[in-house]
Design a protein. Structure first.
Length: 149
């Protein structure tokens, strides 16, 4: 009985202290979590600091809940005439204050991105996009629908 009480108290203390332990490991001022409504509409800049476009939407992997792609709106005026590019989230880097995102590609490079054809599966298209932007795809569980809870 005493041993189980000790284990329970240890777990309680660890859970209570975890937020402070995790925060202490981060460099000062660095954010690791951000609300999606603060990311949608955020400016994306190219390698020279030039504006490429804005985040229009985020694509979430339903198997693990991670953001895998961003839909980037390029060109157009007030959303009319713009072109949507699918960019791997791993290809984007947040500025220290998260007031813009950086992408190591400019508009000219993005013009050559893979086009989705009717014969391509989602996985084939996304694999091409990852390769185009030079990032490694996330490991995904075996194909199938996510479990409902």
């Amino acid at each position: 009985m005493e041993r189980s009480a000790l284990v329970i108290w240890t777990v309680i203390v660890f859970c209570w202290a975890l937020p402070w332990i995790s925060a202490a490991e981060l460099p000062p001022g660095e954010k690791t979590f951000q609300r999606t409504d603060q990311l949608v509409g955020l400016e994306v800049r190219g390698p020279q600091g030039e504006k490429i476009g804005v985040i229009r939407d985020l694509i979430i992997d339903l198997t693990d809940g991670s953001v895998t792609f961003a839909a980037l709106s390029v060109g157009g005026i007030l959303g009319l005439g713009d072109k949507i590019h699918i960019v791997p989230w791993k290809a984007l880097t947040a500025s220290p204050q998260v007031d813009f995102l950086s992408l190591a590609a400019d508009r000219e490079k993005m013009a050559g991105e893979p086009k989705r054809s009717a014969e391509m599966t989602d996985d084939e298209y996304y694999r091409e996009v990852y390769l185009f932007y030079g990032v490694t795809p996330s490991q995904r569980p075996a194909a199938g629908k996510p479990e409902r809870r």
